[in-house]
Design a protein around this ligand. Structure first.
Ligand SMILES: [Zn+2]
Length: 451
């Protein structure tokens, strides 16, 4: 078992993960108010692969990615869609599962929903009222920010720089403008509500995550992750609520950088490739995963069609190499030392604050050297490396798809040409059941074996 270190975004220090306890990872998942985009896929990929790597090293890791299915933005989006909010949230949750399934990384160990954690949320709020860190006001419940000494310690903000970003109208109910809502009384224009000791209403966003993390991982756990846009107020408020209620909460904070798009460039690229399902259609899962691990997880990552084309070219280079170097049988020559060094470098990079670009550089160095000279063991080592970062499907031989799949693909092309996208999607799903992924590229579609 290798020593794994992660840079804590709270203290800025590298922290070594403990090898003799469960590594609980809680990563904030999407608010299901729209289809998910590449930006939502980044934490999903980073934390899924981190958990995969830790497990491969022999750690007991448990990854929890929640679904925020109660939120102001969901009510607003459902109204706009002319759909009851509960149905809208369910539909968007299903779409999130389907889109992330297509990344081929498996599911997190637990995926709690806010709507299924109401009891835990209510219990945590009751604890906070009991200890006077929270108060009821007009059917709402607010967290008393100035009662918690450490407030602002994660985001390093002064009180005057803090805006909870809450809807207008709640100011008169708050003791202090800094306070934030834990529970909101039911409003006329909201079509769902839950019972609580403070009357009918719904939880605030921040308390949902505190309660879901505790329900799955207990009062203290190893890593809390999420996008860097969540540091304030979301994560600051999670810390305040949980610690004020006597829970030690997360030991290490790990934030992924944002995906940055250039609006002008994006409008020139055909279709909406920022949407995850579109990017998967156009470039395939391997290119999407490779793109998302092509930068340090903590840094921002530029996104446009050119970046995706480059990722697609990189994964084709790997696929071609593996195609030309099928697995060696028994009696193969012993592994070259160069190969062992690259493999060690690959794992070492992942253990060093999950440095995926350095790890992938080791993989590409291995390919480049193996193309120059006979390098026994290189294809086997490369397969092992790629399996760690979710690219194992590149090693799978592609065979002919067969008449049924080819026929369906032709039918899908006709449906798309006739703009019958519903039918085209049905056919894509049927092909997925048969084990084929459709890749649309440059006006043509082809079938690729799903992992
Ligand atoms: Zn959260």
């Amino acid at each position: 078992m290798r020593e794994v270190r992660i840079k804590d975004s709270f203290t800025g220090e590298l922290r070594t993960l403990s090898s003799d306890e469960e590594i609980g990872i809680y990563a904030c998942g999407p608010t299901v108010c729209s289809l998910i985009h590449i930006g939502n896929a980044r934490p999903f990929v980073v934390f899924s692969l981190l958990a995969r790597f830790l497990k491969s090293e022999g750690y007991r890791a448990k990854l929890v990615v929640n679904v925020t299915d109660i939120n102001d933005r969901i009510y607003a989006a459902a109204r706009q869609a002319g759909e009851p909010s509960a149905e809208f949230a369910k539909r968007m949750t299903r779409a999130y599962f389907e889109d992330t399934d297509r990344l081929g990384l498996g599911r997190p160990d637990a995926e709690p929903l806010a709507t299924e954690t109401i009891d835990g949320i209510v219990a945590l709020i009751a604890d906070l009222i009991e200890s006077e860190h929270a108060y009821e006001s007009g059917g709402d419940v607010y967290f008393r920010v100035r009662s918690f000494d450490g407030y602002g310690k994660l985001s390093n903000r002064r009180a005057e720089e803090m805006d909870q970003g809450e809807e207008a109208g709640s100011e008169s109910l708050k003791e202090d403008p800094l306070d934030f809502a834990l529970w909101k009384a039911h409003k006329e224009d909201e079509d769902t509500s839950w019972d609580s000791p403070w009357g009918s209403g719904r939880p605030g966003w921040h308390i949902e995550c505190s309660a879901m993390a505790e329900a799955e991982l207990g009062p203290s756990f190893a890593i809390h992750g999420g996008g860097s846009d969540l540091v304030f107020p979301h994560h600051e408020n999670e810390i305040a609520q949980s610690e004020a209620a006597g829970r030690p909460f997360a030991r290490v904070w790990m934030h992924n950088g944002m995906i940055e798009t250039d609006a002008e460039k994006m409008s020139k690229s055909e279709g909406n490739i920022f949407q995850l399902s579109e990017a998967l259609d156009r470039y395939g899962r391997e290119a999407v995963v490779d793109y998302l691990i092509s930068g340090r997880y903590r840094q921002p990552l530029a996104f446009d069609a050119e970046q995706m084309e480059q990722a697609a070219t990189r994964v084709e280079r790997l696929r071609n190499f593996l195609r030309e170097h099928p697995p060696a049988g028994d009696g193969a020559a012993p592994e070259d030392e160069f190969v062992a060094t690259r493999r060690e470098g690959f794992r070492g990079a992942l253990a060093d604050d999950f440095n995926t670009p350095r790890a992938m550089a080791e993989a590409f160095e291995l390919v480049a050297e193996a193309n120059r000279r006979q390098l026994p063991g290189a294809p086997e080592a490369l397969r092992g490396m790629l399996a760690l970062v979710g690219l194992e499907s590149l090693a799978r031989a592609e065979q002919g798809a067969g008449a049924e799949a080819e026929g369906l693909l032709a039918e899908r092309q006709q449906a798309r040409a006739a703009r019958d996208f519903e039918r085209a999607d049905e056919i894509r799903d049927r092909l997925a059941e048969l084990g084929w992924e459709v890749r649309d590229s440059a006006g043509a579609a082809r079938l690729v074996r799903r992992c």
